[in-house]
Design a binder for this molecule. Structure first.
Ligand SMILES: Nc1ncnc2c1ncn2[C@@H]1O[C@H](COP(=O)(O)OP(=O)(O)OP(=O)(O)O)[C@@H](O)[C@H]1O
Length: 457
C-alpha cells in the first residue's frame, strides 16, 4: 500500500461485467478517500493491468465466457500479493467457497448484505496488509541489528550509541562526518552504512585525500579529458563518476586544499561534476561521506577549512572512540578478528586464555583496531594450540616500556613513528606497514612537524 499525505492508499480493482453492479461496488468502495478504485468490464484489460499490483481485487465469479477459477489462478500468478474477494450469485455459492481453498481471500454473495460484508472484508484485508508491512519492517530491523552486530561489535555504551547512529544514517541520506583516531574503523563504518543503505547495490568508493598529491587530486576526484594536462594521455573518469549511484568516502577531508574545497562544495551543491579539461557538466548521484581525525570546526576557526563547506557537510557526526576507551569491547573485537582469521586460513577455531586477554588489555593501541588486528593475527599464527597464551601475544615495546615516562599519548606515538622512520631509512610505506597505521597518518605527522624526515640513504 503506497503512502500519500501520510495515509496508506489501497488500490482496488473491480472486475465486473454488469455495469450497474460495477458502479454500485465502485461507489461504496470509494466512500473511503484512501481507496483508489479502478473498474474493469473486460477480462483482457484487467489481466493486462495486473502488473500494477492492486492490493485488492473484487472478482465477479460468473463472467460470460470465462471461468472464475481460471481468472483467480491468473491473479495468483501475476500478482501474488493481491487479496482476491470473489463475488458470486446464489447459484455459484459452492464454487465460490471452493475458491478459498485455491487462494482467494474471501467470498461474497450478491444479496442485500453485500455492501456491509464487502466493507468488513476490505477493512480486514487492510489490517492484514498493515500487519504484514509491520512484521516485514521489524524483521528487516532485527536482521540489520544482527548483521551490524557481526561487524561493529561491542556492548560498551559508546558503541551502542554508534549502532543507533549507523542505523539512522543508513536509512536516510543525511550528510555524514565520521571522526576518530587512525585505525578506529572510520572507513569500516562508512562501508557498513553504505551496505545497509538503499545504495548498497551500487559502488562504495574510497579516496584518501592525504595520500594523493594536491595536483593529482583534482583529476582523481573529477576525472580528466585526454590532453587536459601534461601526462594526461587518455580520458579518465574520476572517483565521483565511479561511485555513480553509490557512496564516495572521502578519507581525511581536513587535508583538502582550499581550491579543491571550493570545487567540492560546488559539486555537492549542483550535483554535477566537470572533468578537468572539459566544460561539459556530468550529473552525479553520489552520497558523499567524509572522515577526519581533526576537529573541523577548529580548522574553520583557524582559517584552514572553508566555513561554507563545513556547514554543507555538517549533518550527522559519528565519533569513533579509540580502542583504549572501549573497555572490554576490545576483547570482543579481538575474538571476532581471531575467528575470521582462523576461518580464512583454514585453521581450527582458537580462543584467548584469561592471561592472554589480560595482556591484550594492557596495551594502549595507538594504531587502534588496525594494530589490534595485526597483533591478534600474529598470535594466531604463533600459537601452537587452540588456546592463545600471553607468550603468543607480541606487543610493541614502545608503549609498554616507556609508560613510566611523563608523556602524552601523542608524544609516545610520535616517538615510535620517528624511531621506525630512522630504522627503516625514512620509507613511509614500510613504516606504515610495520606499525599497522595509515600512510596518511605519517604524512600528517610530517606536515605538522611532529616527526621529521631526512634524506633517504
Ligand atoms: N569493528 C571492527 N571489527 C573488525 N575489524 C575492524 C573493525 N573496525 C575496523 N576494523 C579493521 O581495522 C582496520 C582499520 O579500519 P579503518 O581503515 O576503517 O580505520 P580508519 O579509522 O579509517 O583508519 P585511517 O584513519 O588510518 O584511515 C581495517 O583493517 C578494518 O577492517
Amino acid at each position: 500500500m503506497p503512502v500519500t499525505n501520510n495515509k496508506l492508499r489501497t488500490k482496488i480493482f473491480v472486475l465486473e461485467d454488469d455495469l450497474w453492479y460495477s458502479q454500485f461496488l465502485s461507489y461504496h468502495l470509494s466512500l473511503d478517500e484512501t481507496h483508489e478504485v479502478v473498474t474493469f468490464g473486460s477480462v483482457n484489460e484487467f489481466l493486462h493491468n495486473l502488473t500494477n499490483a492492486p492490493d485488492i481485487v473484487t472478482l465477479d465469479y460468473h463472467l460470460p465466457g470465462y471461468d472464475g477459477e481460471m481468472i483467480l489462478n491468473r491473479i495468483l500468478e501475476l500478482s501474488p500479493n493481491t487479496y482476491t474477494i470473489v463475488i458470486s450469485g446464489q447459484e455459484d455459492i459452492s464454487k465460490a467457497v471452493n475458491t478459498i481453498k485455491q487462494g482467494a481471500y474471501d467470498y461474497i454473495v450478491k444479496n442485500e448484505h453485500t455492501k456491509e460484508r464487502l466493507w468488513s472484508i476490505v477493512e480486514k484485508v487492510k489490517e492484514h496488509i498493515t500487519l504484514k508491512n509491520e512484521i516485514e519492517a521489524l524483521r528487516k530491523e532485527v536482521y540489520q541489528k544482527q548483521e551490524m552486530g557481526k561487524e561493529i561489535v561491542g556492548s560498551s555504551e559508546p558503541i551502542q550509541k554508534i549502532f543507533k547512529l549507523v542505523q539512522k544514517a543508513a536509512s536516510t541520506s543525511i550528510n555524514l562526518v565520521i571522526t576518530g583516531e587512525t585505525g578506529t574503523g572510520k572507513e569500516f563504518t562508512a562501508k557498513a552504512i553504505h551496505q545497509r543503505s538503499n545504495r548498497a547495490k551500487k559502488p562504495f568508493v574510497t579516496v584518501n585525500i592525504s595520500a594523493i598529491p594536491g595536483k593529482l587530486l583534482e583529476s582523481e576526484l573529477f576525472g580528466n579529458e585526454e590532453g587536459a594536462f601534461a601526462g594526461a594521455t587518455h580520458q579518465q573518469i574520476g572517483r565521483f563518476e565511479e561511485a555513480q549511484g553509490g557512496t564516495l568516502f572521502l578519507d581525511e577531508i581536513g587535508e583538502l586544499g582550499f581550491d579543491l574545497q571550493v570545487r567540492l562544495l560546488r559539486v555537492l551543491e549542483e550535483r554535477e561534476i566537470v572533468r578537468v579539461g572539459s566544460i561539459t557538466p556530468i550529473p552525479v548521484d553520489v552520497r558523499v561521506v567524509v572522515s577526519t581525525h581533526r576537529n573541523l570546526l577548529e580548522e574553520v576557526r583557524m582559517g584552514h577549512f572553508r566555513e561554507d563547506l563545513y556547514y554543507h557537510l555538517l549533518g550527522m557526526q559519528i565519533h569513533l572512540p579509540p580502542l583504549r576507551e572501549r573497555g572490554h569491547d576490545l576483547l570482543l573485537i579481538a575474538q571476532k578478528v581471531l575467528q575470521a582469521f582462523c576461518e580464512q586460513n583454514n585453521m581450527p577455531a582458537k580462543s584467548f586464555t584469561t592471561n592472554a586477554q589480560k595482556k591484550l588489555l594492557q596495551h594502549t593501541y595507538p594504531g587502534n583496531i588496525r594494530e589490534l588486528k595485526a597483533i591478534v593475527e600474529l598470535a594466531a599464527v604463533l600459537s601452537e594450540a587452540i588456546h592463545i597464551t600471553p607468550e603468543d601475544i607480541q606487543l610493541p615495546e614502545s608503549t609498554l616500556s616507556q609508560i613510566s615516562e611523563e608523556k602524552t599519548l601523542d608524544e609516545y606515538i610520535a616517538d615510535t613513528v620517528q624511531k621506525y622512520l630512522e630504522k627503516y631509512n625514512y620509507n613511509v610505506m614500510c613504516v606504515a606497514d610495520k606499525l599497522k597505521i595509515g600512510k596518511s597518518t605519517i604524512y600528517r605527522m610530517i606536515r605538522k612537524k611532529e616527526v621529521y624526515m631526512a634524506e633517504r640513504k
